[in-house]
Structure formats: C-alpha cells, structure tokens
Design a protein around this ligand. Structure first.
Ligand SMILES: Nc1nc2c([nH]c(=O)n2[C@@H]2O[C@H](COP(=O)(O)OP(=O)(O)OP(=O)(O)O)[C@@H](O)[C@H]2O)c(=O)[nH]1
Length: 141
C-alpha cells in the first residue's frame, strides 16, 4: 500500500456584503449557470491578488450590482470546506451609497426582513453568516 500525504488545499477568500437599506437586507440568488445554481448568497466574490477585503468587496459589488457601497462593520469570518477547496467568507454589513441596482450576474435579488432570511435556500456557509448577523443586530439594539 502506498500512502500519500495530501496537504495542499486551495483557500479562497470571499468578501461578501450584508447590505441594509430601509430596514431590509439584500439577498441575491445565484445564476442558474454558476456553481451552487439558484442558491441564495450575500453578493461578493473571490479576492484578487493585492486587494484588501474592502477593495474586493467594493469591486465585486460594482461588478455584480452596479452600485457603490459604504462598509459599516465587519462580521466574523466563516470557513466552509468544499472538499477540494476551502472558502473563507468575510462578511461586512454595508449600506448603499448609490441606489440604482442593475443585476449583471444574479438571477434575482430580494429585499427581506432580517427575520425572513432563513426561509431561502442559502449556500451552507451563509447560514453561519446569518447567525452572526443576528448576534450583531442583538448587540446593536
Ligand atoms: N459571493 C458569495 N459567495 C459565496 C457565498 N457563500 C458561498 O459559499 N460562496 C461561494 O464563494 C465562491 C465565490 O465565488 P464567486 O461568486 O466570485 O464566483 P463563482 O461563483 O464563479 O465561483 P466558483 O465557480 O469558483 O464557485 C462561490 O463558490 C460561492 O458559492 C456568499 O454568501 N457570497
């Protein structure tokens, strides 16, 4: 028997935005053509070389929603082992600086009460993000 130690794993850092507006939170449904099709997520995406988390997030939100955001707070990072890679979700609570959203990637978005968020089919890592967001709201109040 040949034993091989495989220790290398791709680690992908994914800043994402919990966008608050008029008392609601934005949820985005992933495109049918992407990985995890039609599941719900907080918009954002993979960090590129040399970027800070905040730079990645602002770039991704302009790319995906065509709006500028203001970053308000950071929520705890959450990691998800996807087998061949590990996703580190880096969520930020954000507000909109500009209002006219144009979708370039998502199937649809929904503005939801925070309490309604769990009713959607989220990617697994996001369930932790939602829980951490609830803790954040409890501390804020
Ligand atoms: N933006 C975002 N990505 C998330 C969330 N939760 C989660 O597991 N992810 C995963 O993090 C990765 C972010 O990649 P991306 O949005 O930049 O691009 P992508 O779907 O084309 O990536 P992929 O094809 O490599 O999976 C995806 O695999 C996505 O499924 C989330 O809340 N927001």
């Amino acid at each position: 028997m040949i034993e091989v130690l495989v220790s290398e794993k791709l680690v992908v850092r994914v800043p994402c935005a919990v966008i608050e507006h008029n008392g609601k939170v934005l949820a985005g449904q992933r495109s049918a053509a992407l990985s995890f099709p039609l599941q719900w997520e907080f918009p954002g995406g993979k960090q590129e070389k040399g970027e800070t988390d905040e730079e990645t997030l602002k770039r991704e939100i302009i790319e995906e929603l065509n709006v500028e955001i203001e970053i308000i707070d950071k929520l705890p990072e959450t990691s998800k082992d996807q087998g061949w890679r590990e996703i580190i979700l880096v969520p930020f609570v954000c507000k909109l600086k500009t209002l006219d959203i144009t979708l370039t990637e998502h199937e649809q978005i929904q503005w939801m009460d925070a309490s309604e968020l769990p009713s959607l089919d989220w990617t697994e890592a996001d369930l932790n993000v939602i829980e951490n967001y609830y803790n954040y709201l409890a501390i804020e109040k």
